[in-house]
Design a binder for this molecule. Sequence first.
Ligand code: OAD
Length: 268
Amino acid sequence: MVLIGGVTVKRTCYNMVMADNLSQMLQPLANELRKASRVLCLTGAGVSAESGVPTFRDSGGLWEGCRPEDLATPEAFGRDPEQVWRFYRSRRAKLLAVQPNPAHEVIARFESRFDDFHLVTQNVDGLHQQAGSKQIHCLHGDIWIDRCTECGFERRVATVDEPMPQCDRCGGLARPGVVWFGEMLPDGVFERAVQLAADAEVVLVVGTSSVVYPAASLAGLAAQSGAFVAEINPNATAFSESASLVIPVEAGKSLPELEKILDISTSD
Ligand code: OAD
């Protein structure tokens, strides 16, 4: 862990001092980013929290009071596709009402700031794409895709109409184009993410509890490969102890501040 000003500050104290010290806390990360060309950002549900999208495991999160295995497994879909579709229709409907927040926007702009910038996300909400991210690798699929369970045909949707969508090509039952627990990640995407994590000089781990594998292994791999790995998350996670630096502040505050620091140093 990098200690700010050489003082060990317990995480619980950070929240009280962070407003004034955010810029100071971000300096070690800004210093690393100024020298870096290969930068990787790993995101989870927390990056969309300030857009109004619930996370999974926080209080009030999507998994509170329900079991993921009842809603996000192939077995659950096989047992009760209508129940699973109700869950995904309700998530899609909520997403129609939200917009990318400043954290998504800064991440999108980082693509043009660094020679080689990539985003690997566990999110399926489409907000990174809406904010303009192009170098994006989606580990857990895309909630706006319907995929046929019979022939695999995929179509992109933008509305929430059909209760149980059918395939345009063969009429089979479609399912959401996301990765469920117990399923393989999309072909080649994780392999590419591993390569990016191993090659990165600086990694930003933003808004993930780092408990879902294999996504959660990427930050550790980057750290072992010598990257400076900064975690941006208001709460401690399974990865915090291994991070080079922890910024315990919401992504929508810390990323714009980080961009401001980098802009100032560029204009010097
Ligand atoms: P989680 O809900 O597990 O974790 C969200 C993280 O975001 C927590 O660590 C929060 O502290 C943090 N957080 C909350 N608000 C934040 C903010 N404003 N800025 C920064 N961080 C914030 O979500 P994920 O780690 O994304 O998979 O979950 C991983 C996977 O588990 C998901 O992709 C999904 C889920 O089950 C599948 O459905 C397969």
